[in-house]
Design a protein around this ligand. Structure first.
Ligand SMILES: [Zn+2]
Length: 233
């Protein structure tokens, strides 16, 4: 099982680690700051360095048994098991994912409809809403920008199924119902704005989202509106 460092601190750009497994496509470390693809958020890229050598990490995926797999190109120079390495992120790309991911939470709080899908990338991100109404792009942009300007703190906390059961009001305020079999649930809270289970990487406050606007709104069916957001650099 890989120790996951990004869950407690999404701002870590590098970490020391040791190699526990290597196969023909991925390296597994004992700990990592690399986010594995999931929840609509892409896997991180970056590099792993040791003793004057390095390998480019092209993508990151979940592996078996709670491991995280750092994927590399065929033909890469690879570290041996037990090697002490430094892992560092392509931080510019990851930080865009954090801005986009946090902005999608704001979009979801502005448009109070069921969310049926979503995708994050550094260039463009989207949520699919179960809605028939038309979307007023200018108004939604203005509402999101107001939440950014208010610089709401963003935080994560863990809660057990039992604690959740003891606080039914918590479930009522959540925008997404939590999974009920993991025993432990990670909640993302934007104080007064959004509360929902989420395993992704977020900013520490909404102000860091910066310049954001609604891009295309596509009608993907009678009851489906795909709303994209863009970040102006
Ligand atoms: Zn999230």
């Amino acid at each position: 099982m890989t120790e996951i460092l990004f869950r407690d601190d999404s701002y870590l750009k590098e970490c020391e680690a040791s190699v526990v497994a290597v196969d023909d496509e991925a390296i597994v470390l004992d700990r990592t700051i690399f986010y594995p693809m999931g929840g609509g958020q892409p896997g991180d890229s970056g590099k792993i360095e040791w003793d004057g050598s390095s390998v480019v990490v092209t993508d990151t995926r979940h592996g078996e048994g709670g491991t995280i797999r750092h994927l590399f190109e065929p033909g890469s120079t690879l570290p041996e098991i037990g090697t002490a390495v430094k892992a560092s992120l392509d931080w510019d790309r990851r930080y865009l994912h954090m801005r986009m991911h946090t902005a999608l939470h704001l979009l979801g709080s502005v448009l109070q409809y069921g969310v049926t899908g979503g995708n994050i990338s550094a260039a463009k991100s989207r949520l699919d809403f179960d809605m028939e109404d038309t979307v007023d792009k200018e108004q939604v942009t203005a509402d999101i920008r107001a939440l950014v300007a208010a610089d709401h703190p963003v935080s994560c906390r863990w809660i057990t199924d039992a604690e959740l059961d003891a606080q039914p009001e918590l479930v009522r305020t959540m925008s997404v119902q939590p999974p009920r079999n993991a025993g432990k649930i990670r909640l993302l809270e934007i104080a007064g704005v959004d509360l929902q289970p989420c395993g992704g990487t977020h900013l520490k406050s909404t102000g860091e989202v910066g310049q954001v606007r609604v891009g295309k709104v596509e009608k993907k069916g009678r009851r489906n509106r795909r709303v994209s957001i863009l970040l102006d650099q």
